[in-house]
Design a binder for this molecule. Structure first.
Ligand code: ATP
Ligand code: MG
Length: 425
């Protein structure tokens, strides 16, 4: 026996039975994001490592610990993308989009890679659907984007998700907050984990999203970022809250939320689900404003805001919701005798061309075994094709849920099935 090769740890196969939920989520997002004027972008799965180091930040967990980095054959350092904002910003700069339009709305969907400790809702290849808006510094853009996520989650029928918001200030007031935070952390240095003792010097904000409980408790009692905001940042944050309220979007201000990436300025937000199925992986979507990122990557001075939703987690919630996503076949075409097999293949082909979902057992076999498969396939109707049907051009559609068989001419099958479906829908 040959040895089996297993899939890579933390990277999942998505198969029929589950994939329908993914397709549903993606279709809902595409349709809705289109309504908001977002155009789709697809960037490569791999980027120059420097892109993430310079944007997400060297001291973040994502870049410091979780990135899949390798050298290609020409010895360039490349990384599998751990997130979508930096690649989008790179593309925005590379294609000089700012010269073409003042306001740009993009969305993307695809896999991201992070070498994380796996558990429910936390994988090494996971999927995000996200959006970025470039060109508007106004709070209205932040709010429009949060509204889009709210409507997305609503459409999926997901409830009990809380929007948390905060403001991290800008280059004017962030240094004041940093100084206060460092002073406070210095006083608690001994109690912090080794990582945080280092973070404190290089990037003190990162201490606030350390997963260590002791560090979290210390951070929670520390200075409040909102109390350090300068006047323009304060006004921006007030505006965001006022507009959220005007839209009827419920939200909670959480001054401890900093997010795990360095590029954020001003508004940050997270959508947190309370369903036990997610355990500690409860954040289903997150984002914020990053007014300095595009410029810091060599682009124009373009303010921007973005978010990403974790599809794996949304799918976990939808699995729990009891909603049905699999689409049943319309007709199972069964063959009564071997001489009718080709005719059945032709019939199935024609019905598919006419728009029906058709199941057909290409292996042939006894009528009994085909009927078993028909049952299993959960097809709406079964149609048995034998010599009699071929000669008369007449057959019967047997409703699999029970009820009288419906006589039908063979060239009318698609029409009759469609009519019946409309009646029962
Ligand atoms: P967390 O705090 O859960 O680690 P994060 O702050 O690292 O999340 P972001 O980088 O903001 O996450 O990514 C946005 C969303 O992508 C998250 O809210 C989550 O839904 C999803 N996500 C992030 N990392 C993973 C992962 N390893 N597996 C599955 N989903 C993930
Ligand atoms: Mg993370």
């Amino acid at each position: 026996m040959s040895q089996k090769v297993a899939g890579v740890k933390g990277m999942n196969d998505l198969l029929p039975g589950e994939i329908e939920i993914w397709q549903h989520v993606e279709a809902q997002a595409r349709e809705l994001f289109g309504r908001f004027g977002y155009g789709e972008i697809r960037t490569p799965m791999v980027e120059d490592t420097a892109l993430f180091v310079r944007s997400v930040g060297e001291e973040t967990d994502i870049v410091g610990k979780e990135m899949y980095t390798f050298n290609d054959k020409a010895d360039r350092s490349l990384s599998l993308r751990p997130e979508g904002t930096a690649p989008a910003a790179r593309a925005y700069i590379e294609h000089s989009i700012a010269n073409q339009e003042p306001l740009t709305r993009w969305f993307y969907a695809g896999p991201m890679f992070r070498y994380e400790r796996m558990k429910t809702g936390r994988y090494r290849q996971f999927y995000q659907i996200g959006a970025e808006a470039y060109g508007a510094k106004e709070g209205a853009q932040d709010v429009e984007m949060m509204d889009m996520v709210v409507q997305f989650l609503e459409r999926l029928g997901l409830k009990d998700i809380t929007l948390n918001i905060n403001s991290l200030g800008d280059e004017v007031c962030r240094p004041t907050y940093h100084a206060k935070l460092v002073e406070y952390l210095q006083a608690h240095r001994e109690a912090l984990c080794g990582d945080c003792q280092k973070r404190m010097e290089k990037n003190p904000l990162r201490v606030l999203d350390c997963k260590n409980e002791k560090c979290q408790a210390i951070a929670a009692a520390g200075p409040n970022v909102l109390e350090s905001l300068c006047e323009p940042c304060r006004a921006h944050f007030d505006d965001v809250q006022r507009k959220l309220t005007a839209l009827g979007v419920r939200h909670v201000v959480n001054p401890r939320m900093v997010r795990g990436l360095d590029y954020y300025t001003r508004t940050v937000f997270e959508f947190i689900a309370s369903h036990p199925a997610l355990g500690t992986a409860s954040t289903v979507g997150a984002g914020g404003r990053y007014d300095k990122l595009v410029k810091s990557l060599g682009g124009p001075d373009a303010p921007a805001v973005g978010f990403a939703c974790g599809l794996d987690r949304l799918v976990l919630l939808l699995k729990e919701s009891g909603q049905q996503f699999t689409v049943r076949p319309d007709v199972f075409v069964a063959v009564a005798d071997a001489g009718s097999h080709d005719a059945a293949l032709v019939l199935a082909s024609r019905l598919r061309r006419e728009g029906l979902r058709v199941e057909f057992d290409t292996r042939g076999g006894s009528l009994k075994s085909q009927m078993k498969r028909a049952d299993k396939s959960s097809a709406e109707f079964t149609l048995v094709l034998g010599e009699a049907e071929r000669t008369s051009g007449q057959a019967k559609l047997k409703p699999m849920a029970g009820g009288e068989p419906i006589p039908v001419a063979l060239d009318e099958v698609a029409r009759v099935v469609r009519e019946r479906k409309v009646v029962s829908a």
